[in-house]
Design a protein around this ligand. Sequence first.
Ligand code: ZN
Length: 238
Amino acid sequence: MIRVTIFNEFLHEKYDGEAKRLYPEGIHAHIQSFLKSEQDLTVYTVTLDDPECGLTEEVLENTDVLLWWGHMGHHLVPDEVVERVWRRVLDGMGFIPLHSGHHSKVFRRLMGTTCNLHWRENDRERIWTVSPGHPIAAGIPAYFELEHEEMYGEPFAIPEPDEVIFLGWFAGGEAFRAGVTFRRENGRIFYFQPGHEDYPSFHNDHVQRIIKNAIRWAYNPVRYRIPCPWAPSPEQGH
Ligand code: ZN
């Protein structure tokens, strides 16, 4: 079994009309609901309302892949929680920041850059599969469209990704690296751009399939922390 934890700040869906209508129980509960049918996944959800954002040592100890949705509450995630999650990713926990998770403290720390981009609400997006042989793209057509998404435009201030799996094109004219992978020590990271709170992207079959594929790709059963000890010369030791 792959143990998945979904962190969602859970703010917009409590107060905003459209977000509340699309995700009445919260984006975390909606993602959990479409992952339920997957026999190899167990899914747990946490929000900002939980002590320590629900991301205690014990929860992370029992998490193989962490999904992250945040936007207006990035600053409300305490630095010690960020440190803990960052450490676990390096040890081998998979990490999947969604949409505005590009500006989460954890993702920025893992990237070492601002992760800035430019944005505009309500555009039509065509998502191109540019690495069709990649496991995250399994079952995804050459392209698909989201009638309403938030435009995220290049330049996207991330380090050079290991792989670009999806490219987004927007009817307004912009392009964006919409699905990218990174490795940090033992941790596998997949950033995926669709998922604005006021649009039904998480109801889209292709988006759901990509998230399922990404969880399996990011899963690494090994946890290893590379230490930093003084060491004798192997040429002199017996
Ligand atoms: Zn957004």
